[in-house]
Design a protein. Sequence first.
Lengths: 109, 109
Amino acid sequence: MLSSFQLWPFIDKFAFFNTMTAKEFERISKALGDPHRLKILQEIKKNKCMACACIREMIDLAQPSVSHHLKQLIDAGLVIPEKEGREMRYSIDDKVFTDYINYLSAFSQ
Amino acid sequence: MLSSFQLWPFIDKFAFFNTMTAKEFERISKALGDPHRLKILQEIKKNKCMACACIREMIDLAQPSVSHHLKQLIDAGLVIPEKEGREMRYSIDDKVFTDYINYLSAFSQ
DNA sequence: AAAACATATCGAAATATTTCAATGTATTAA
DNA sequence: TTAATACATTGAAATATTTCGATATGTTTT
């Protein structure tokens, strides 16, 4: 059976099945490549919690550092920020993870 | 329906389904977070080619730089090096990509 | 054995990232 | 309206990564 790529060989295997560009992929990979940010992501996944107040308790970093890491996760699209009074709430953007996985899956087949 | 995590809540969701540690995940993410290394991976995926000779033609970098990037991909486990005469052949380790995707999938569900 | 070739390693300069004290901004409480 | 709270931004030092010329190592060719 022919795959799409054999039928349309001019289509880039690494950009066809989702809208992610190589630049976006790179930014997400960078965001994932830090132990503090991975911890933050896992905490946000466990329970959508307010940021610095809650996250600082689990990570040994100053407030501006936590803020800096959160910004990178947000800029990569992995985390969605939401203002709630004078606090912030952060949540995981499942779709961006799915797109990232789709991009990756071109390598493991 | 109960998930495994509800049945065994003491098991870490991010380390159960594969053997990858957070440190390994971090190293792979870092390796993926560079445009040159992504290009190299895509080229290796397309056709298992000899390294510097073939890869240098597609990337505007000096030979030691290509070697340096390849080393990071190898250290991350994404690429398998193989000596063939005086050349090297590099190939993708599908399994490591699959493990990485498994680790990631805990975030997108 | 000497020359040529393919790639790795070293070391240093250029560049990028991480970190935090100080300060700014917006929101709620007094 | 002044205090306090929650978080973002700035700017600078510490640290890590990228890059490449020079050189080393191992393999094939002559």
